[in-house]
Design a protein around this ligand. Structure first.
Ligand code: 4AD
Ligand code: MG
Length: 429
């Protein structure tokens, strides 16, 4: 007989059928006459029950001594069992150990620090398995949406010669004896690519040397960015609303079990509908102050400000038109005072998930902004060429995948949204 996978057999038509499975021992419990393992095979888990009366004495003994995380082949009959977590159990008739594991180091109630040190084993846990599945579905929803909207997926470089988001969070490296940087954002390259493809998107790792320890910053995160020609600020916000809705609805439909286990009701995500509310920075500043958190006009938002603004909300909200002095050199200004930009903030206090803007077309203003920031114009000559050869109105954004994950998986710390978190004090395993 062929091997089956758990997710395909826990269905009524397989009840009473003989199946062969292989995987890892997730839990184990044994008594005098009956013993259980929970088998995990990468698609789901299944309780497998062995009775002493139905195996040889020797085999039963072996079954009782299987350690956690051993790899195993089990053979038996699938039975409906309403007490089992997914409604089925396997009645074991035979089994074969592939590898008897050493004593597994992870037991109950271990410290966060230990679990991070042993991350390569902890990623087998239910919680991290569920978050990985949710993340894959988020991206599937995103790719479907980009395809439907006619965006081409592209692959910008990660090693770069110029900064996109300011020097203070740049990781520098030695590039054959000369300095180079790890990308903070693919934006400037995506801007070049719209002249070839009109509408593009990319998923790339982005790097930020964040010197503060927070629950929402990683040094390496996955950045989903898009850029489109002939689109203004309102147009890009409409697109973002459609994209975020498509992503979270995909997860709500296809990963219900994982979401519920993580403490998020899929129905609440399905209730979120585009378009999202849009308010200007000025109004946001008033609201934040009215919630008792102090902020002055001209200050950028910190975690506490965004929490005050979003903690009572159920849907994401856009904050537009920040003062241009605190924003990046590439953002367009119409009134000379504010930028044609928006941050999309997740509800329930989670805060920023997207940074976005219409881009400045005027080469003079961009050059002034670069000088204001103390940048070397020579490093940006290639970028300025975009304003010399067929310049058009265009807009784009960057979405932090782990920021969205933290919100929809209801996680306190961003490190639990990624298999191998890179933060200030950790780059292993
Ligand atoms: O707001 P940011 O810095 O904007 C940009 O990088 C633009 N160049 C994007 C663009 O227009 N193409 O970053 C965009 C998003 C943030 O909204 C946040 O979701 C995420 O990237 N992000 C981080 N996620 C995790 N850890 C960090 N240290 C992050 N920094 C930014
Ligand atoms: Mg930002």
């Amino acid at each position: 007989t062929k091997f089956s996978s758990i997710d395909e057999i826990i269905k009524p038509k397989f009840a009473g059928k003989k199946v062969k499975l292989r995987g890892w021992v997730h839990r184990q419990r044994s008594g005098k006459k009956i013993a259980f393992i929970v088998l995990r095979d990468g698609t789901d888990t299944l309780q497998c029950t062995a009775k002493k009366s139905e195996l040889s004495e020797e085999k039963y003994e072996e079954f009782c001594n299987i350690k956690y995380e051993s790899s195993i082949i089990v053979f038996g009959t699938l039975q409906k069992d309403d007490r089992a977590p997914n409604g089925y159990e396997l009645h074991v008739e035979d089994f074969e150990l592939i590898h008897l594991a050493d004593t597994f180091p992870i037991t109950k109630d271990q410290s966060d620090a230990f679990l991070l040190d042993i991350r390569h084993l902890w990623i087998r846990s239910q919680k991290l398995t569920q978050t990985s599945r949710v993340k894959a579905k988020l991206m599937e929803g995103a790719r479907n949406f980009f395809k439907k909207e006619g965006y081409l997926e592209v692959w910008p470089p990660i090693i770069t010669g110029s900064s996109c988001e300011g020097g203070s969070t740049l990781f520098q490296l030695d590039y054959f004896g000369k300095p180079a940087f790890l990308s903070q954002s693919a934006q400037l390259y995506l801007e070049t690519l719209i002249f070839a493809h009109k509408k593009v998107f990319a998923l790339t790792p982005s790097f930020r040397a964040e010197k503060s320890r927070t629950t929402r910053h990683l040094a390496e995160y996955w950045h989903l960015e898009a850029e489109a020609a002939f689109l203004d600020l309102n147009g890009i916000m409409d697109f973002e609303d459609g994209l975020v809705t498509a992503m979270i609805h995909k997860v709500a439909r296809d990963e219900k079990k994982s979401l519920i286990a993580l403490g998020r009701n899929p129905k609440d995500l399905l209730a979120i509908k585009a378009p999202f509310e849009r308010i200007k920075y000025d109004e946001a500043v008033d609201i934040i102050n009215s919630k008792g958190v102090k902020i002055e006009w001209g200050e950028d938002f910190g975690t506490g400000h965004e929490r005050a603004l979003t903690k009572d909300l159920k849907s994401p909200i856009h904050v537009t038109h920040f003062p241009r002095e605190i924003k990046a050199f590439y953002m367009k200004t119409i009134d000379g005072k504010t930028a044609e930009c928006n941050d999309l903030l997740a509800p329930e206090g989670f805060g920023e998930i997207i940074g976005s803007s219409q881009r400045e077309e005027d080469i003079k203003i961009i050059t002034e902004n670069l000088l204001r920031d103390g940048s070397d114009i020579a490093d940006y000559e290639w970028y300025l060429d975009l304003r010399r050869f067929g310049s058009v109105q265009h807009s784009g954004f960057g979405l932090g995948i782990e920021r969205v994950m933290r919100w929809i998986c209801n996680l306190e710390h961003i490190r639990d949204t990624i298999a191998y978190p890179r933060v200030m004090n950790r780059n292993t395993p």
